[in-house]
Design a protein around this ligand. Structure first.
Ligand SMILES: [Mn+2]
Length: 308
């Protein structure tokens, strides 16, 4: 292949034209997760939303904005050429069938994990974290969220009760778990360490990361990033926005400071594109959060230095 052709091939691969071409997460190839280091899965589900719906459009919107995270050679995504990342598409279910949807999400999560890939999922409302935890036992949950999601477990599953159910099912160990960013009333007592949004504002993202590290240690951890963790000024396109939260920059510092924790899986939830602002700022923030999560979920990522 001559040099010019090789250059064009590379540019096509990394998505040099963010406005053109088919959409996958970070322009990566599609697959079922076999042979992949990290598998990305879209979960277009919003039947569990208590307020503004629309999170079913989240995975597509994040795919669209993710092209900005890999559009130039200057961006540190050379990593993508060393590690295998695949887009596993979206969980399929018959629209309107809650039980089938939860079952299918769980099947997809189990299948991807059985193929040896680390699962990184994009919702969907927060209900999806419960089935996404399938196959994991007693993980330390790191939840970045303006709500505690410990709501009434006696109704059908919805986005405000995923955590109660995950603890009851033994998938999450509350004594190793941390919630950061809450600025709504507690729903129920629990053993989870809560770093309120006011605490985060006062002490900053690096102190929060330190508390998380102390709490989680070397234990297998799962990080769930509810986009409503961010202040609605930075992420208006979400189901239940709550002002008084951190900036995207603070979220970035927090996530970068968690490098080295034993993160076995993660998700990004609650992006509702119909409520997004000009420039699709919520989905754009989400795409970059996803990229930062990718660095945490794949432990080799931070150690790779581009050869140039
Ligand atoms: Mn939530």
């Amino acid at each position: 292949m001559d040099k010019e052709l090789a250059r064009r091939e590379f540019m096509r691969e990394v998505g040099n034209q963010p406005f053109a071409g088919p959409l996958t997460f970070f322009r990566q190839k599609t697959g079922d997760g076999t042979g992949a280091d990290v598998a990305l899965l879209g979960v277009p589900f919003d039947m569990g939303t208590s307020n503004r719906p629309g999170a079913r459009f989240g995975p597509r919107a994040v795919r669209e904005q993710s092209v900005h995270a890999c559009m130039s050679e200057a961006f540190p995504w050379h990593w993508f050429r060393q590690r295998k990342l695949v887009d596993c598409g979206d969980t399929w279910y018959f629209s309107g069938d809650l039980d089938q949807a939860l079952g299918r999400i769980e099947e997809d999560a189990r299948a991807i994990r059985s193929r040896g890939a680390r699962l990184l999922a994009v919702g969907g409302d927060h209900t999806v974290t419960l089935p996404l935890l399938a196959g994991l036992e007693g993980v330390a949950l790191i939840q970045l969220d303006s709500h505690d999601d410990l709501g009434d477990p006696f109704h059908k599953p919805y986005h405000g009760s995923f955590l109660n159910r995950a603890i009851a099912a033994g998938r999450v160990d509350p004594t190793r778990s941390v919630l950061v960013g809450r600025r709504t009333p507690p729903s129920a007592p629990s053993d989870i360490l809560v770093l309120e949004a006011d605490w985060l504002d006062e002490h900053g993202p690096l102190a929060a990361a330190e508390r998380i590290r102390e709490r989680v240690g070397d234990h297998a951890a799962y990080l769930t990033f509810d986009i409503d963790f961010l202040d609605p000024a930075y992420a208006p396109g979400t189901g239940t926005p709550v002002p008084g939260g951190p900036t995207t920059a603070q979220a970035r510092r927090l996530l970068k400071a968690l490098r080295g924790i034993n993160l076995v899986s993660a998700d990004l939830v609650e992006i509702s594109p119909p409520y997004d602002g000009p420039g699709q700022i919520t989905a754009l923030a989400g795409a970059f959060v996803l990229a930062w999560l990718l660095e945490l979920v794949d432990p080799s990522c931070g150690r790779y230095t581009p050869a140039r």
